[in-house]
Design a protein around this ligand. Structure first.
Ligand SMILES: Nc1nc2c(ncn2[C@@H]2O[C@H](COP(=O)(O)OP(=O)(O)OP(=O)(O)O)[C@@H](O)[C@H]2O)c(=O)[nH]1
Ligand SMILES: [Mg+2]
Length: 321
């Protein structure tokens, strides 16, 4: 990839120029060697964005809800970034194309930035790429960043760890209750949405959810009780209630120091992922591969134990120039 003028690009992104934001996110997606420089330039510009993650089974209405939320936030004068992350694909676009169509009503709004990103095949995957893309949108002046994950399973839990507030969406009649329990998403929701409330069974789904979350039981004073919001995203019904629930969760986090705590945990995870990715790359480098082979020989011959060998390798890796 050709060299870019990072300072100029960051300045343009800060002014909210979409092409500069796009270039920066492409650098993240492509794991550019210039990322180090980009992140150093972005660091002082970040921390202002409220990050909301949206997860749920395919077709539950994540993109439609995201689009409705964008409209609501825009009405409130907020600048919004949307990041659709596809951890199952090495290509951006593809499955996310339909989302782009659903978001097309925001395409000409300069206060909205929409981007899809593929993370499969990345060293460190989602945990590595998503926070850096969020950082770009944050630095570009987005007040809110909505992160939609495409795909199910572990990645949902992973993406939830990237958000300040996690929204879990369900829909009636999809066997969602059982699926949700399996995927462990019942533990990650700060706010639950039963979308497609225009369909039969929405109340039953909400009741089942209420039961599974143990919302009827008493909680410690001051503890967060995840609300269940019924919506018809396709008609923007319930969107204001969802927005109110998000505002409430944010206020609760502020009040209890949870926001700072979550962000610290997120940064720690990010640092760890970058360090481990770097360490793996160093181990794979030709020079250390040679010394690894030599150490392995000694271990096979019984002249060295594997722990001492690992210590030696680590020392070599971290003191090497
Ligand atoms: N009846 C009804 N249909 C809806 C509602 N919200 C969304 N849909 C429809 O459900 C389908 C899927 O919606 P999406 O927003 O693409 O769902 P998604 O969760 O983003 O889907 P993936 O990204 O593929 O996982 C679309 O055809 C929507 O028009 C709703 O409230 N009621
Ligand atoms: Mg979608």
């Amino acid at each position: 990839m050709r060299q870019v003028d990072v300072a100029a690009l960051v300045e343009q992104a800060r002014e909210g120029r979409p092409r500069a934001v796009a270039r920066l996110i492409s650098l993240v997606e492509g794991a550019s060697p210039q990322l180090r420089e980009v992140m150093a330039a972005l660091a002082p510009l970040t921390g202002g964005a409220y990050v909301v993650g949206l997860t749920g089974s395919p077709g539950v209405g994540k993109s439609t809800s995201t689009s409705a939320l964008v409209t609501a936030y825009r009405r409130a004068g907020r600048r919004v970034g949307v990041l659709a992350v596809d951890p199952s694909s090495p290509f951006s676009g593809g499955a996310l194309l339909g989302d782009r169509v659903r978001m097309s009503e925001h395409a000409s709004d300069p206060g909205v930035y929409i981007r899809s990103m593929a993370t499969r095949g990345h060293l460190g995957g989602l945990a590595w790429a998503a926070p850096q893309a969020i950082r770009v949108l944050d630095a570009a002046g987005c007040d809110v960043v909505l992160v939609e994950t495409v795909g199910v399973g572990q990645s949902e839990v992973e993406i939830a760890a990237q958000a300040d507030t996690s929204v879990v969406l369900l829909a009636p009649g999809m066997g969602d209750g059982i699926q949700a329990a399996k995927a462990g998403i019942l533990e990650i929701g700060d706010v639950y949405v039963v979308n497609k409330a225009d369909r039969d069974g929405a109340d039953a789904t909400a009741r089942e959810l209420n039961h599974m979350l143990g919302l009827g039981e008493s909680r410690a004073p001051g503890a967060w009780r995840p609300p269940i919001v019924k919506t018809v995203a396709a008609r923007s019904e319930g969107t204001d209630e969802l927005l109110a629930a998000l505002d409430k969760h944010r206020a609760w986090m502020d009040e209890h120091g949870v926001l700072a705590e979550r962000r610290r945990a997120r940064a720690a995870k990010e640092i760890e992922t970058i360090a481990l990715t770097d360490l793996r790359a160093r181990i794979a480098a030709p020079a250390s591969a040679t010394s690894l082979t030599a150490l392995a020989d000694q271990v096979t011959q019984g002249t060295l134990d594997p722990y001492t060998a690992a210590d030696t390798l680590l020392t070599d890796l971290t003191t090497a120039p």
